[in-house]
Design a protein around this ligand. Structure first.
Ligand SMILES: Cc1ncc(COP(=O)(O)O)c(C=O)c1O
Length: 434
């Protein structure tokens, strides 16, 4: 029967074989035309590395929190309570803004970061990723330009491409985005907004000062251009004095703030929050209505209980301790193993550290030998708008405990040293040939 339907091929003496699916090139198959923005997105995706996996490879590229640190038992209790107490209400459509108790719990939580807002200004979303897409759509449409830091979060470049937007880079300095360049960029009429990560920048791991934040806000106010503040690791500070989010310092309502539970609780929940003001909130709700109606109420209700019972706060204490230990192990291993001329950032929170290799090296070219030596990292080119070669790379502590970090950095250092030795010998070899 399968053979008659063309799904299997039977040959006497050989057996019966399942036929592969029709490919785009198969006779009769229709080749669909994808939107130009999607073709560009596919091109971008193709240029990203497929990382090696396996117990022998230290995954220092990953930005997914370690499942070993998930507070599953406590979360199960919160989920059970949500089901017992509100079960039937949690299986319907919610309103676009999201579960009331979670918005109230988030309001209180954000206030603990010095960010006083109202639950009416909090819109729940599916992780900061959806927050990024909604916030971009709030202010910009196809053909518009948005300003981003360079280097920046790789997926924001994808979101920009998918929406048919253009991106203009604002270079990062050790103090944060270059404010002189930003001022010029924001003055351009086609530039609609600036996307920024003031705390625990991805990929740099850096945090801007209070003075820089005030200056940035003043620029945004003067140009009347909104800021999208990505606070995806807001809860992950493990040392140093907290600096209030831009949104906490903003008096004129030009900051749209994104929060996420992905890096501090579970990424699979897909729960984040956008905080905005006035018409921006109305706009977000309308976009939500036009996109996906609402999020998963049951999970939102469980997180509300997890946060308001104090379990989230207790979990954060453990998580931050572990992050600090891992970060210390990483910085210590870099200092012991990496060759002279290597520089790196020293984060006060989050998972990521930016490493600049000695000049002249291309981190992308080192990825394959590094994987063979037992370590992965995120090469710097992917965080650039034009994917130009970079001697830098991002290391993370998310999926590696201190032993794996030590092993991974030692392997990376071996590969970098070998490359440097190779380079040192190359000119000599050429000399002999001449
Ligand atoms: C800077 C930044 N923003 C947002 C996200 C997306 O997070 P979420 O899982 O909340 O969508 C990530 C994930 O790595 C990120 O690095």
């Amino acid at each position: 029967m399968l053979a008659r339907e063309g799904r299997a091929e039977a040959t006497v003496g050989r057996g019966t074989f399942v036929r592969g699916p029709a490919t785009a090139g198969a006779p009769g198959a229709l080749r669909v035309t994808l939107a130009g923005s999607v073709e560009r997105l596919l091109d971008m995706e193709r240029s990203h590395p497929a990382y090696a996996a396996g117990a022998e490879v230290a995954p220092l590229h990953a930005l997914t929190p370690d499942p070993g640190l998930y507070p599953i038992r406590g979360f199960r209790r919160a989920l059970d309570r949500a089901l017992d107490e509100d079960g039937d209400r949690l299986f319907g459509y919610g309103d676009h803004q999201g579960n009331d108790p979670l918005r109230a719990a988030l309001r209180a939580h954000l206030a603990s970061h010095g960010f006083d807002t109202s639950a009416d200004d909090v819109v729940l979303c599916q992780g900061a990723s959806q927050g990024i897409a909604l916030a971009l759509r709030l202010f910009a449409e196809s053909g518009d330009t948005v300003a981003v830091e360079e280097p920046t979060y790789r997926n924001v470049l994808g979101a920009i491409t998918a929406l048919g937007l253009r991106a203009v880079p604002v270079p990062m300095t050790p103090d944060g985005p270059d404010l002189e360049v930003l001022e010029r960029v924001l003055a351009r009429p086609e530039v609609k907004l600036f996307y920024t990560m003031p705390s625990f920048h991805n990929p740099l791991g850096t945090t801007t000062s209070l003075a820089h934040r005030h200056a940035l806000l003043a620029l945004a106010r003067a140009s009347a251009k909104p800021l999208i503040e990505d606070g995806f690791e807001l809860d992950l500070r493990f040392r140093g004095r907290p600096v209030p989010p831009l949104a906490a310092l903003d008096r004129s309502g030009i900051v749209v703030h994104l929060f996420s539970f992905s890096k501090s609780l579970f990424p699979g929940l897909r729960i984040g929050a956008i905080t905005a003001r006035g018409r921006a909130v109305q706009g977000l709700l309308a976009l939500r209505q036009a996109t996906d109606l609402s999020g998963a109420l049951l999970l939102q209700a469980a997180v509300a209980r997890f946060v308001s019972s104090g379990a989230y706060h207790r979990h954060l204490r453990t998580l931050r301790r572990s992050l600090r230990n891992r970060c210390d192990a990483l910085l210590d291993a870099l200092a012991r193993h990496m060759p002279a001329g290597t520089r790196w950032t020293e984060p006060e929170g989050g998972y990521q550290v930016w490493v600049e290799l000695p000049a002249g090296l291309d981190s992308r070219a080192l990825l394959a030998p590094a994987e063979r030596a037992g370590v992965t990292f995120a090469p710097g080119y992917q965080f650039h708008l034009d994917a130009r070669p970079s001697h830098a790379l991002r290391l993370t502590t998310a999926m590696a405990d201190v032993d794996v970090i030590e092993r991974g950095v030692a392997a990376l250092a071996r590969v970098v040293n070998e490359e440097l030795e190779d380079r040192a010998q190359r000119p000599r070899a050429r000399g002999i040939n001449v």
